[in-house]
Design a protein around this ligand. Structure first.
Ligand SMILES: Cc1cc2nc3c(=O)[nH]c(=O)nc-3n(C[C@H](O)[C@H](O)[C@H](O)COP(=O)(O)O)c2cc1C
Length: 196
């Protein structure tokens, strides 16, 4: 069987310019790429969506939902770096997942875009725990959508010190751990996770 590189869709769950999670997601992508994956990194600010409202959906699915559904359909897995808001994932992340899960143009459920795919999750926060609680909630939400979420995960605390710029994680051990999350997703997406 040819070993085609797994394609992974990556995003950070924050819109702000100086976001620590926007700085961290390229590090996760780097780990996946080093393990042979192809990563498409998107910015959610390029896909602005209203808060989910069934009336908006009934009036016509927003174009950005269709764009995100199409993108996910072209990929084998997800990489997400999420902030923690009040002990949970931000509304932005949940709202994005909820919109994507809505019916496709051909009538199939949007959840079919997630089912059986692989995800890797990390978080970053200026606090000491790094947003760890958001990972528990996000893991659960992604599993509910049918994704296999790899067991490895990293919460980068004290992010103001550790993430000075985009793609730069200064703590070497933590950088290795984030790379390992990406590598595990690449391995599982190729169906060889148990050998990773
Ligand atoms: C509404 C709100 C709630 C927050 N709650 C938490 C929290 O529970 N735990 C935490 O570590 N940080 C919390 N923070 C601080 C965020 O971790 C911080 O704003 C972080 O920089 C957001 O991620 P970003 O840098 O990627 O935008 C909260 C921030 C906001 C705006």
């Amino acid at each position: 069987m040819p070993d085609t590189p797994p394609r992974l869709l990556a995003f950070a769950g924050s819109l702000r310019e100086a976001s620590f999670n926007r700085r961290l997601i390229p590090v996760l992508a780097e780990g996946a790429e080093a393990a042979g994956a192809t990563v498409t990194l998107v910015e959610l600010r390029d896909f602005p969506l209203p808060v989910y409202d069934g009336d908006i959906e009934a009036a016509g699915m927003p174009g950005n939902v269709r764009r995100l559904q199409a993108l996910l359909g072209e990929h084998d897995g997800l990489l997400v770096s999420t902030p923690e808001y009040n002990g949970s994932m931000p509304a932005l992340v949940k709202n994005t997942l909820d919109w994507i899960s809505r019916p496709l143009e051909d009538g199939r459920s949007g959840t079919t875009l997630f089912a059986g795919k692989v995800a890797g999750i990390v978080s970053a926060s200026p606090g000491p725990l790094g947003g760890l609680r958001s990972l528990l909630v996000l893991r659960d939400a992604l599993a509910k959508l049918g994704l296999l979420v790899v067991p490895q995960q990293v919460a980068v605390g004290l992010a103001a010190d550790r993430l000075p710029a985009r793609g730069v994680l200064e703590d070497a051990r933590m950088r290795e751990s984030v790379h390992a999350v990406g590598a595990a997703v690449a391995a599982w997406a190729r169906g060889v996770g148990r050998a990773a």
